[in-house]
Design a protein around this ligand. Structure first.
Ligand code: ADP
Ligand code: TRP
Length: 325
């Protein structure tokens, strides 16, 4: 059975981009993979500075995953900061990581281009911590959205650097980016759906918020009576992820025929989202009333993760000479 590993930051309410690009795949993969999924709270520290918010966001994302069907008996589900090994390995890896490799990373360049004042060193070395997250568990595949591909490539480069310097420890991880879910466009119809663009649809939000977000999807100005091209419409594209082929055809026909407005399409999308997520929303409410259970799941997950992480760290200490004999 192939081992997969992936993480998600606890830095906000998950949106359809996170679900279709990451969470849904993670959950589906637990059927036939050995899965490690963790909450990247150390990464979230690069943007979240309020301790109360930090605590609640960690729990919230854990609840989201469990509500969506993550099964802690099948998946090792844990919190990054519960394992000091992540930070420890990140430091060791940073000592073999060429500066130029990080200077080329898109995420840091994007954050500064968006006007982030005083970007931290942590944001700059973010890919090194991510490499540590991955390499500690020696996964075969790292399922992520397309936007994270470069980070996986950096992790491979760092692994190679380490192996070349000290001898083989880390197998090179491969990204796993399913085609149909690779890149979800936001409600602005322009950028990828992302918290940082404020163009998200939060499937666990209350109905009023969800409606507002769906209704805010930007469409073109084709008049109501004219035929429209479904392939060019963000509303249709999102609908297609959740609808059966027949349902997709029915909506596509309405677009092509004309006399059907984008407002109507949005209402159909909203109804579909509410229908699709209804059982998960219900499960979420149940989980929210049992925080003790959530904490136990994460603690037990950390114990299982530590077994694997410790083994890798022992090899790293041996190779680097950080152990006494
Ligand atoms: P955000 O951009 O909102 O901060 P994150 O960077 O926390 O989202 O992403 C968490 C996971 O969700 C990653 O695996 C990422 O690839 C995936 N993801 C986020 N946004 C999208 C999107 N618009 N399309 C596809 N996958 C996405
Ligand atoms: N950087 C990822 C994101 O923003 C989260 C993440 C941290 C991650 N460490 C990881 C994903 C290791 C996969 C593997 O989505």
């Amino acid at each position: 059975m192939k081992r997969i590993l992936s993480g998600i930051q606890s830095s906000g309410t998950p949106h359809l981009g996170n679900y279709l690009g990451a969470m849904k795949n993670h959950i589906e993969m637990q059927k036939d993979h050995e899965c490690f999924i963790f909450i990247a709270d150390l990464h979230a520290l690069t943007t979240v500075r309020d301790p109360e918010k930090m605590r609640s966001m960690i729990r919230e994302i854990a609840i989201d995953y469990l509500a969506l069907g993550l099964d802690p008996d099948k998946t090792v589900f844990f919190r990054q900061s519960d394992l000091p090994e992540h930070s420890e390995l990140a430091w060791i890896l940073s000592t073999v990581t060429p500066l130029g490799l990080l200077e080329r990373a898109h995420a840091f360049k994007d954050a500064t281009a968006k006007g982030m004042k005083e970007p931290s060193t942590g944001l700059f070395t973010y890919p090194v911590l991510m490499a540590a997250d991955i390499l500690l568990y020696k996964p075969d595949l790292v399922p992520v959205g397309k936007d994270q591909k470069q980070h996986i490539e950096i992790a491979r480069d760092i692994a190679e650097k380490f192996n070349n310097t000290y001898g083989e420890v880390f197998p090179l991880p491969d990204p796993y980016i399913p085609d149909q879910s690779a890149y979800i466009i936001g409600t602005d119809g322009k950028h990828k759906m992302s918290k940082s663009y404020g163009n998200v649809i939060e499937f666990f939000a209350d109905e009023k918020t969800l409606k507002k977000q769906v209704m805010s999807i930007v469409t073109d100005s084709t008049p109501m009576q004219d035929p429209k091209d479904p392939a060019k419409c963000a509303v249709y594209k999102l609908y297609a992820y959740f609808a059966t082929p027949e349902e997709q055809k029915t909506l596509a026909d309405k677009y092509k025929k004309g006399g059907f407005g984008y407002g109507d399409a949005k209402k159909i999308l909203l109804a579909k989202l509410l229908e699709y997520f209804a059982p998960y929303r219900q499960k979420r409410i149940e989980l929210q009333s049992d925080l003790g259970y959530i904490d136990t799941v994460l603690r037990e997950g950390a114990k299982k993760a530590r077994k694997v992480a410790n083994k890798t760290m022992a090899e790293v200490r041996e190779k680097t000479g950080l152990n006494f004999k």
